[in-house]
Design a protein around this ligand. Sequence first.
Ligand code: SPD
Length: 388
Amino acid sequence: MNVSNKKRLFGLVAAVVVGMMAASCTDKASDNTSGSASAPAQAVAEEKVLNIYNWSDYIAPDTIANFEKETGIKVQYDVFDSNEILHAKLIAKNTGYDIVVPGSNWAKLQIDGGLFQKLDKTKLPNWKNLDEGILKKMAELDPGNTYLVDWMWSYNTVGINVDKVKAALGDTPMPDNAWDLVFNPTYTSKLKPCGITFLDTPADVFQAALHYLGKPIYTGTPDDYQAAFDLLMKVRPDIKKFNSGGQIDDLASGNTCVAYGWAGDFNLARKRSIENKAEQNIEALIPKTGGLLFMDTMAITADAKHPDNAHKFIDYVMRPEVAAANTNEVTYLTPNKAATAFIDDEIKNNKSIFLSDEDIAKLVPPGVEDAKTKRNMTRLYTKFKSGV
Ligand code: SPD
């Protein structure tokens, strides 16, 4: 993606920031402004430990090992599969994690809730590698780029096993709108035998259903959520399972043929299938109405016990070679401009990873719901999953 594409992408992101301000976190920390620079304890060397909580399948296999070898810092690296899980841990406090990686929209809520500490830029010399345009746009979300560093980004969409889907559809041609494959019973009823999976997260599922219905994806209107629920219930009998982190292996092994999930994971499933000689022809589709954009961001928790080590890790990840190795492994895009030179041509040439200008323009910006809407959405999602 060239710089102007990135600027457009982040212009899109910036457009939602104002809308996100309305949602709230209740327990505001008494002081989240100290950052790691001002606490006297920081003068004392930290124990050589770092606790990180990131999304599953989101890092190259040697990223942590190389960091440990170089610094002597022992990393405990745990994974999660939904923003809801991370958010619940953060608001309960005492997560035990130094670095967490929420979606940017959720991160904004968490900043406002006092759950993160400021970055100390003097400890981040590799900051210079980040794309200026992106930083500027991120500053609209996080003024002064004070708390967040983008980890990687992609979009929610439909992923398919091309051969299995064509076989299951038979005489029925592929729909013009890829979202039909997961939201239109005409298609889902035919695809049911080869296996349809959905993400297991209320926000992602309702946002896509609302988008399919032509509604704003973070509308607060209860009637819209009811309409999305009614739509979802029509396809519920055709859904095999709800599984976020497991979609990669299910697609790569041919266990499922259609998924509603994250484009990066679909490209990773394709890569894994090739590596495992499973020969499944997997594609991340680009819906004509657009995919749902997301960015996942690194932040240091307000109660982090190892903020200095956290800065060391963030700076390490901002090295071009390290950022590119992560992208080359997991097929999500890095915001690290200097990393572009190290990204494999196969990834650069994949149009569902490096999107065209036209596809970028169609991406739907992320949003976040107010607390009441979240409760309603979770209630409806539970009913939808149980199928009654
Ligand atoms: N395997 C990495 C998945 C990262 C997904 N982040 C998703 C945010 C969705 N809104």
